[in-house]
Design a binder for this molecule. Structure first.
Ligand SMILES: [Zn+2]
Length: 369
């Protein structure tokens, strides 16, 4: 493991708002806290891959995932917005799933709209984490190896292309960050209402800092996610890779169905602005969401058969236990499965296109606290 303890403590310092937190910090971290609170602390340059950002500058570059065997490797484009004073390092990752376009387009706006001269700390944007999936226009899985990038973290340096992408992001981005946001939306086939995942399985102070990040991002539906692995060597998910290394992180979902809509882009921009204010990286910004809906229970409903799916509900609909969510027909028009809500709740996403294979998700239902 990397120096996760130190990073974790620093991450908490930058994210915290509670004076009681100092009691649990080691002496070195308390000193760092004092340094972080000092005005205009010296800022050094920030190097990532082939580029170096001087204080008060924005630079872009590309990380290279080297070829291995028959596969040609790939590239990971990024931007570093490096503030004039020392502070948090906020990593924003888009395109972990390559057909989730809203966050990718939102970061293209944010890369020029965040002013480094008015920034404390550093924003690292990964513009397209999963280039093979983006250029190949695939949902869920990489066309290179059939793997879901968001299930192979922390990755392997000598693994498949997806595993090498994960390894590169773990080493170059997550290891450098104090806070991480993995920006998703409904995949190319998913009709989704916006929500965030708050991972509760990390150290208590990391979970609390992540809870505050979720509130600051501003989405009014927050899934309480207590099911992520706690082993840093088998973190599986990008944001959980940060959490298992002692860094608060968030996964967000805004948009879907391969549609690039202004309202969903606006949610990402508002979310990042809220985080920058919350983390003390920028003076102005929107307030945290005041009265979020906490989704304590959720279930991804999966197809029992392969066929043609037709939804009978829409995203955001309220359903009762037993409500018909959709039907799967065989290829000669016979209904072969009816999918029903397992409990009272809300449709967080539902598949919006006809193809469905056995075992794939058809919908996600969540219940409010
Ligand atoms: Zn996704």
């Amino acid at each position: 493991m990397r120096p996760g303890k130190v990073d974790g403590a620093m991450a908490y310092i930058y994210g915290m708002r509670s004076v009681t937190a100092t009691a649990i910090l080691p002496a070195s971290a308390a000193l760092a806290l004092a340094a972080a609170a000092a005005p205009a602390a010296a800022q050094s340059s920030f190097a990532l891959g082939p580029v170096t950002a001087r204080p008060g500058s924005t630079v872009s570059g590309t990380l290279t995932v080297a070829a291995r065997g028959d596969d040609p490797g790939t590239t990971i484009p990024f931007t570093v917005v490096h503030g004039t004073t020392d502070g948090p390092v906020l990593a924003l990752v888009a395109g972990t799933h390559g057909m989730e376009y809203v966050p990718i387009v939102a970061l293209q706006r944010l890369r020029t709209s965040i002013d480094p001269a008015a920034l404390r700390g550093t924003v690292v944007m990964v513009h397209v984490a999963n280039m093979p999936s983006f250029l190949g226009r695939t949902i869920y899985y990489s066309p290179a190896d059939g793997q879901n990038l968001n299930r192979v973290f922390p990755g392997k340096a000598d693994g498949t292309l997806s595993e090498r992408i994960a390894d590169t992001i773990t080493r170059e981005v997550i290891a450098r960050a104090t806070h991480v946001v993995d920006l998703h939306c409904g995949d190319g086939n998913e009709s989704l209402r916006p929500y965030a995942y708050w991972i509760t399985t990390g150290e208590p102070q990391v979970a609390e800092a992540a809870r505050q990040m979720a509130l600051a991002f501003g989405l009014d539906h927050i899934i309480v996610d207590g099911a992520r692995p706690t082993d840093p060597a088998a973190s599986l998910y990008l944001s959980n890779t940060a959490v298992t290394r002692g860094k608060p992180a968030l996964t967000t979902e805004t948009g879907g169905m391969a549609i690039v809509d202004q309202a969903s882009i606006g949610l990402v921009e508002r979310g990042v602005a809220g985080l920058l204010k919350h983390l003390g990286m920028r003076a102005a910004g929107p307030d945290p969401v005041a009265a979020p809906i906490w989704i304590d229970r959720n279930e991804v409903l999966r197809a029992g058969v392969t066929g043609i799916f037709q939804a009978t509900v829409e995203r955001g609909h309220t359903v009762a236990a037993g409500t018909l969510i959709g039907r799967i027909m065989d290829f000669h028009g016979r209904t072969v499965e009816e999918i029903r809500a397992p409990f009272d709740g809300e449709i967080l996403y539902v598949i919006g296109t006809p193809p469905i294979s056995k075992g794939e998700p058809v919908a996600m239902v969540g219940t409010r606290r």
